[in-house]
Design a protein around this ligand. Structure first.
Ligand SMILES: NC(=O)c1ccc[n+]([C@@H]2O[C@H](COP(=O)([O-])OP(=O)(O)OC[C@H]3O[C@@H](n4cnc5c(N)ncnc54)[C@H](OP(=O)(O)O)[C@@H]3O)[C@@H](O)[C@H]2O)c1
Length: 340
């Protein structure tokens, strides 16, 4: 990376299915200036998230899609390079939507200062102490509201959000079953994170495995996946079950098609279940509450997490694909430049 040039991944087309390479181009441009009242920030870490695939599409979604020709949107942690904003100085560390690029010129109102109060690595602020942690916290405690002793199933359980959700449910005194896509991930959930059971959903009959691991039925389902997984869980829900729709990653490469709903949707009626979607940014004002609790759990080792840092902005599209194959271990991040 040079401080004379800004490499920018721009969206050049709407991708078809998983062919995101056809939709992105890396361009080299001049480094922008810090705007009046704003900052020039050098991106250090770029968060790679399933929702990037949603933003690339033009379906009706929870925020505006990225327009053709725009820099690809993405959450970042960076260091202030130049400041025209009161209260910010070069060297300050901030989180913002810095995008898939080396530098971002941004209003100071659009950044969150990171005060590193602990010995945790900076990347933790993109995992448990960032949107990921807030998603797990508010999705579980505000939407699902599990009670001690209840059975909680979480999908994509070895992923960034799922692994935190399962551990938080254990902290609440729940029985927790996770689903994940490999024996290694399942072993990590049970042996290291303390899940009661884990199911490799690629291996055998999912409904049978859920029946065996949830003999008392399912009270809470934290869904990161949708599709066949949601259908299997609906088959086994208990009276007054709560289903939290956090994500539907199994559908993201097929968004334009819409897709069919789950065949067992009738159990929402039969079991008087509640099914609720949420978007973490709705809870933005309450993030400090989540980070205070999560910070304590990290300190006391009640909560563990993994980050998977891949090098180089130029590799961002290939890294995004890993979310859909599952070939990563924890919160997926691209390192754009060195930490100061
Ligand atoms: N609502 C919100 O505000 C919000 C905020 C953040 C994230 N989310 C959602 O939360 C979910 C998890 O996000 P994350 O960032 O923590 O990603 P992640 O779980 O770290 O990575 C995604 C994982 O999904 C699994 N997966 C991919 N395709 C799948 C398929 N077809 N069937 C089943 N599993 C599949 C893979 O794990 P396996 O190896 O186990 O297959 C992969 O590792 C996503 O759906 C995301 O959109 C929602």
């Amino acid at each position: 990376m040079s401080d004379q040039a800004n490499r920018v991944w721009r969206l050049t087309a709407r991708p078809e299915s998983d062919r995101i390479d056809d939709a992105l181009e890396l361009e080299t441009e001049a480094v922008p200036s810090a705007p009046e009242g704003g900052l020039l920030v050098r991106n250090i870490y770029l968060s790679i998230d399933p929702t990037h695939r949603i933003w690339m599409s033009e379906i009706d979604q929870y925020m505006d899609p990225v327009e053709i020709g725009e820099p690809m949107r993405g959450g970042t942690i960076g260091v202030v390079n130049r400041s025209n904003a009161e209260g910010f100085s070069p060297g300050d560390i901030v989180a913002c939507q810095g995008g898939w690029q080396d530098y971002v010129a941004i209003s100071a109102k659009m950044v969150r200062r990171i005060d590193r109060a602990s010995n945790l690595p900076l990347s933790a602020y993109m995992g448990p102490l960032g949107n990921i942690g807030a998603t797990a916290y508010f999705g579980l405690f505000e939407i699902a509201r599990p009670r001690p002793g209840e059975t909680v199933v979480v999908s994509a359980a070895a992923g960034a959000v799922g692994s935190l959700v399962g551990q938080m449910a254990k902290i609440m005194g729940c029985r927790v079953v996770g689903t994940a896509g490999s024996p290694e991930k399942c072993a990590w959930l049970v042996d290291d994170l303390g899940f009661d059971a884990a199911i490799n959903y690629k291996d055998g009959d999912l409904i049978k495995a859920l029946r065996e691991t949830c003999p008392g039925g399912i009270d809470v389902y934290f869904d990161n996946v949708g599709g066949a997984m949601l259908n299997a869980v609906l088959t086994l829900i208990n009276l007054n079950a709560r289903i939290v729709v956090c994500g539907l990653i199994s559908t993201y490469n097929d968004l334009e098609q819409g897709g069919d709903g789950p065949a067992m949707f009738r159990n929402v009626l039969m079991k008087r279940a509640t099914i609720q979607g949420f978007i973490v940014s709705d809870f933005l004002r309450r993030y400090p509450e989540a980070f205070a609790a999560i910070g304590q759990w990290l300190e006391t080792r009640l909560l563990q997490y993994r980050v998977d840092i891949r090098q180089g902005l130029e590799n961002a599209p290939d890294v995004l694909k890993l979310l859909f194959t599952g070939d990563h271990s924890g919160k997926l991040i691209v390192q754009v430049s060195e930490e100061p």
